[in-house]
Design a protein around this ligand. Structure first.
Ligand SMILES: [Zn+2]
Length: 297
């Protein structure tokens, strides 16, 4: 074997190694949510070679803005649990349609999306909570459609739970690195609910039923900021017509994802957005934390 052949062979082996390392790094970055799944190794390689392309510039900016944003999306019901029934439409299917649109819009903003159910499968509340609690730094949004025994009620509403049970507070204490006995107030669920409610009602012009402090299992037991969205009443003929219309559904999901993005932007601005130590709250409200808490319930 001539020296040149040996050198060429070694060079080829080196190239192969470098290439597989590059692909592994891309896969890792996708897994960690640093880059979206839309960026495959081909597009990234192209971006690296043509360093000044607009795609590269955009990617760099996104990476520095939102490196770890994860949203857990929960399509309510599923499988044997159809949820509310409206003629031929089952709530579980409408929920999934909205979830897919919201997911698409979030991915366009380089947010990583995790689902609690994929496809039409039965999923217990316990499992949904377990999936969400696997991502303590995420946001959790459960999508539902409402119904009432009366045909009258209509509109959009968002639920959150405050305060959360002590088991969840204990988990949060670890996440925030708060010492044992150290007290803090977490209003992120309420703030996320407000952002989604405002954005959705603005885009859809639906009746604004406001945000509500409820005690449903999902918003109560999920440790990250968790909300449950009721997109509208399938029991109201007029609203049902809108909720089954794909154009309205696009507006609905634009409103929901817009609220999520607005919340994420507030967190980017201030990493402790919505979380305060009891001392901070006392200093701000003149010492009466108890009264402040009761007012919000
Ligand atoms: Zn439901």
């Amino acid at each position: 074997m001539s020296r040149f052949t040996r050198f060429s062979l070694l060079f080829l082996v080196f190239l192969g190694g470098a290439f597989s390392l590059f692909i592994s790094v891309v896969h890792f970055a996708q897994g960690a949510g640093i880059i979206s799944n839309e960026h495959n190794w081909r597009s990234l390689l192209k971006d690296l070679i043509f360093a000044d392309s607009p795609a590269t510039a955009k990617l760099k900016v996104r990476r520095s803005i939102r490196p770890r944003a994860i949203v857990v999306l929960d399509a309510g019901h599923g499988g044997t649990d159809g949820g509310t029934v409206a003629g031929s439409s089952l709530e579980k299917d409408l929920n999934m349609k909205v979830v897919h649109l919201v997911a698409e819009q979030l991915r366009n903003e380089r947010v990583r999306v995790v689902y609690t159910r994929q496809g039409d499968v039965t999923q217990s509340l316990r499992n949904r909570v377990a999936v969400a609690n696997g991502y303590p730094e995420a946001l959790f949004v459960s999508i539902h459609h409402n119904a009432s025994t009366s045909e009258k009620p209509e509109g959009f509403e968002t639920f959150y739970t405050h305060p959360k049970p002590s088991s969840v507070l204990k988990a949060q204490r670890n996440i925030f690195g708060v010492k044992k006995g150290g007290r803090f107030i977490d209003r992120r669920g309420e703030l996320l609910a407000s952002a989604i409610q405002a954005s959705s009602c603005e885009v859809t012009q639906a009746v604004d039923r406001g945000i509500k402090n409820g005690s449903m299992a999902l918003t109560r037991l999920v440790s990250c900021p968790a909300v449950l969205v009721e997109c509208g009443f399938l029991s109201n003929a007029r609203e049902r017509g809108r909720l089954k219309d794909s154009n309205y559904r696009t507006k609905l999901s634009t409103g929901i994802s817009g609220g999520i993005i607005a919340f994420l932007e507030s967190v980017e601005h201030e990493s402790s957005y919505g979380v305060e130590s009891e001392r901070e709250v006392q200093a701000r409200d003149g010492g009466d934390v108890t009264r402040k808490r009761k007012q919000s319930l």
